[in-house]
Design a protein around this ligand. Structure first.
Ligand SMILES: C[S@@+](CC[C@H](N)C(=O)[O-])C[C@H]1O[C@@H](n2cnc3c(N)ncnc32)[C@H](O)[C@@H]1O
Length: 257
C-alpha cells in the first residue's frame, strides 16, 4: 500500500471548531439579514461584527468582537484554573451561552455549569419610581426580544450541546437570582440592558465571582441606565478594578477581591 502524505494540521482542531461555532452563532455563514427597524434589509458585516443589528435567524446578537471577548474570558478562566461556573443574565436565543458550552466541551471541562438566566418572556416594564434611570425604557415592548425557554433548549440541541452542564434559571432576575443554587462563578456576563436588570444581577451574583474571575457588561457603552447601574454598584462596594473596553458597547474587568 502506498503511503499517503497528510499535510500537518496548522491550526489546532479546537480553535477551528470554536471559530466555526462563532461564525454559525452569529449568522456569518449564511449572512442572515437583520430584523430590527434601524439596520436596513440586508446583512451588513460591519454591524454584525459590532453587534449593532438584531439578527433574524442567528442565535446571538452580541456581535463578533464581544463574542471573541467572551471566548477569551472563558479560555482564560480555564487555563488559569479560576474556580467556578459561567452565567449569562439575559440570554435571548442562547447564542452566547451555547458558545461557552462549546468552549467547555472543546477543553474537556466537565465540572463547570453554564447557567442561562432569563425571563424567557422579554424585558420587564420599567419601574421608574424605584429605578428612575429606566424611565421611558421601551425594550419591554419589543416582541423580537421574547424568546421561550423551549426555543433556547432547542437551539442548544441543534449544536449537540444540551446536557446536564446547562441549567436554566427562568423568571425575573429580582425573583430568581438571589436564590439561584450557584456556588462560585469564574465568568459573570450581564446582558439585561436596563438599570434594574443590571443592578439585580450585580447585587445577587457579584459576591460569587472568584478572585481573578471576569465580569462582562454587554450594554455599558450604549445603554446609559446600564452604565449608571454599574457605577452605582461599584461605588457602593468600593470596586476600583480597571474597566476595559471590548467595542463601543461591551466592557469587562477582572475582579481583584
Ligand atoms: C439583549 S437580550 C440578550 C442577548 C444575548 N445575550 C445574546 O447572546 O444574543 C436581553 C435579554 O435579557 C432578558 N432580560 C432583561 N432583563 C431581564 C430581567 N430583569 N429578568 C429576566 N430577564 C431579563 C430578556 O428577556 C432578553 O432575552
Amino acid at each position: 500500500m502506498s503511503e499517503v502524505a497528510i499535510a500537518p494540521v496548522k491550526v489546532a482542531t479546537r480553535q477551528l471548531y470554536l471559530d466555526l461555532m462563532q461564525r454559525c452563532l452569529l449568522g456569518l455563514i449564511y449572512r442572515d439579514p437583520p430584523q430590527d427597524k434601524w439596520s436596513g434589509d440586508s446583512f451588513d458585516i460591519n454591524k454584525r461584527m459590532l453587534g449593532r443589528d438584531w439578527p433574524s435567524q442567528a442565535h446571538s446578537m452580541i456581535g463578533k468582537l464581544r463574542m471573541d471577548n467572551l471566548r477569551s474570558a472563558v479560555e482564560y478562566a480555564i487555563v488559569n484554573a479560576i474556580p467556578g461556573d459561567f452565567i449569562e443574565t439575559g440570554v435571548w436565543r442562547g447564542g452566547a451561552c451555547i458558545l461557552v458550552r462549546a468552549v467547555f466541551a472543546a477543553y474537556g471541562v466537565t465540572d463547570r455549569i453554564v447557567w442561562c438566566a432569563d425571563s424567557f418572556e422579554g424585558l420587564p416594564a420599567p419601574d421608574a419610581e424605584k429605578y428612575p434611570a429606566d424611565s421611558g425604557d421601551k425594550f419591554h415592548t419589543y416582541p423580537q426580544l421574547v424568546i421561550s425557554l423551549e426555543e433556547v433548549r432547542e437551539n442548544f440541541e441543534r449544536y449537540g450541546l444540551l446536557d446536564a452542564q446547562v441549567r436554566f434559571v427562568k423568571g425575573w432576575f429580582k425573583d430568581t437570582l438571589p436564590a439561584a443554587p450557584i456556588d462560585k462563578l469564574a465568568v459573570l456576563r450581564l446582558d439585561g440592558d436596563m438599570y434594574e436588570s443590571t443592578m439585580d444581577a450585580l447585587r445577587a451574583l457579584y459576591s460569587k465571582v472568584s478572585p481573578g474571575g471576569v465580569v462582562i457588561i454587554d450594554d455599558y457603552g450604549v445603554v446609559p441606565g446600564c452604565r449608571k447601574a454599574v457605577h452605582d454598584f461599584r461605588d457602593a462596594n468600593g470596586i476600583g478594578d480597571v474597566i476595559r473596553n471590548v467595542d463601543n458597547a461591551g466592557v469587562w474587568w477582572i475582579k481583584s477581591k
